[in-house]
Write a protein that binds this ligand. Structure first.
Ligand code: IFM
Length: 455
């Protein structure tokens, strides 16, 4: 008998976990890998909490077979991972490092032999340092280099990989890397920020064409965007205007060129002369139709006008009394609100994936060997229920990926922010499936979950 309280998902729904190369692989200087901007940035004093780095990370480069076994234990039918560009091309361009494609070749074969569909991201922030030395994403030439790299990877894996994402969260790569300087390459320049934005998007469009030209099997191509659910802190004109500015910088600066073929006028005006020259044909390249869009969702942003905030006078508010993780407000309804908005306002592709969703919890192992990460279970349950609601309303959501498979290197926050369904003891690299991982397995087995209790 079917259980009426179960929120069931459509047949063929993809249940997966997500990772990124620099955050899990380690082996930073092994098997011919070149240095990336994150290797350099981690060596800048004060850049990363506790001076940590991704040199070893979760040591996935050496433990990938064990990690595949753990994925089977979780029961996932999809895995989203990224390719380290400097493993393929140590200098970003030129000679291919044979050991690089070989590694991902084995990983893809291992996934497929376990019935796990690979979802490959080409760029999750680890630009080869050699390209940064030539201006990085602020240099238009990097866009073409990215397309060339995409073609090399597709030539090698495209007979087996059919789901491709060009970029992960270009907003973060552009703004956090080039305006706030909290991520590599650690710049603080308005001009570099908008140049990087345009060139990341151009690179996306060029790579879409390269993937379609190279892959022997018809690929499904998309990208993963970090989109925000944004609320003004009050109904004052100033706060509403600040929220609109933030919406322009985070959401519309990407959604509009990708799905409408033009940049939003108000955000272009905000950028002013800092925005680079948009050459003829750029927007047509950027807006090439996609097969899917990936959305990464974690939190909402409550925005107010802040006259003391440099550059755009945008401030954040943490409403009192709400629930917060180590990093952000926990706000599940924002996921459905965001999905509804995006599908209503944009001609998005007919497949949508939640390519990242998760929560950092300071997980520890109890004396009996269990990791009781009850907050993660509650978070995932509430957000997956939102996805179910969106599907019930007719939105074409085809899969959901937990960030992350393993505890890993959380960029400037280092290792204390644990996002994994699997606990990693970084001293020994011992892996332990957390309670949330076992819970996720039950969701996958049932292809559904029980509705969370209303609070
Ligand atoms: O760890 C990151 C990931 O690399 C990109 N999206 C957000 C995650 C959590 O901060």
């Amino acid at each position: 008998m079917t259980d009426p309280t179960l929120l069931r998902f459509p047949e063929g729904f993809f249940w997966g976990t997500a990772t990124a190369a620099y955050q899990i692989e380690g082996a930073w200087n092994q098997a011919g890998r070149g240095p990336s901007i994150w290797d350099s940035f981690c060596r800048v004093p004060g850049a990363i909490r506790a001076g940590e780095n991704g040199d070893v990370a979760s040591d996935h480069y050496h433990r990938w077979q064990e990690d595949l076994g753990l994925m089977s234990e979780l029961g996932v039918n999809a895995y989203r991972f990224s390719i380290a560009w400097p493993r393929i091309l140590p200098d970003g361009v030129g000679a291919v490092n044979a050991a690089g494609p070989d590694f991902y070749d084995r990983l893809v074969d291992g996934l497929l032999s376990r019935g796990i569909t690979p979802f490959v991201t080409l760029y999750h922030w680890d630009l080869p340092q050699a390209l940064q030395d030539r201006g990085g994403w602020a240099n238009r030439a990097t866009a073409q280099h990215f397309a060339d790299y995409a073609r090399i990877v597709a030539d090698r894996l495209g007979d087996r990989v059919t789901r491709w994402m060009t970029h992960n969260e270009p907003f973060v790569a552009a703004l956090v890397g080039h305006l706030t300087g909290e991520h590599a390459p650690g710049l603080r320049s308005v001009e570099a920020t908008f140049a990087a934005t345009h060139h990341l998007l151009l690179a996306h469009g060029l790579a879409v064409a390269a993937l379609r030209a190279a892959a022997p099997r018809v690929p499904k191509v998309g990208l993963a965007l970090s989109l925000d659910c944004i609320h003004p802190a009050s109904d004052t004109v100033e706060d509403q205007a600040a929220a609109l500015r933030w919406d322009g910088l985070v959401n519309r600066l990407y959604l509009d060129p990708l799905f409408r073929g033009r940049y939003p006028d108000d955000t272009l005006a905000l950028a002013g002369p800092a925005f680079p020259t948009i050459q003829a044909g750029d927007l047509a390249t950027i807006s090439a139709p996609l097969d899917f869009v990936g959305i990464n969702y974690y939190t909402r942003e409550v925005i107010r006008h802040d006259a003391n905030e440099p550059v755009y006078q945008i401030g954040r508010v943490n409403p009192v009394g709400n629930d917060y993780s180590m990093m952000w407000e926990i706000y599940p309804p924002g996921l459905n609100e965001l999905l509804t908005r995006v599908t209503r306002e944009y001609a998005v592709p007919s497949e949508i994936y939640i390519t990242e969703n998760g929560i950092p919890v300071p997980d520890g192992i109890d004396a009996d060997g269990r990791v009781r990460d009850v907050r993660r279970v509650a978070y995932l349950q509430a957000h997956i229920a939102q996805v179910h609601q969106a599907i019930a309303a007719g939105l074409p959501i085809r899969g959901y990926f937990v960030w992350s498979l393993l505890d890993n290197f959380e960029w400037a926050q280092g290792y204390h922010m644990r996002f994994g369904l699997i606990h990693v003891d970084f001293a020994t690299q011992t892996r332990t499936i957390k309670d949330s991982g076992r819970w996720f397995r039950r969701v996958i087995d049932a292809n559904g979950l029980r509705a969370p209790r209303a609070s």
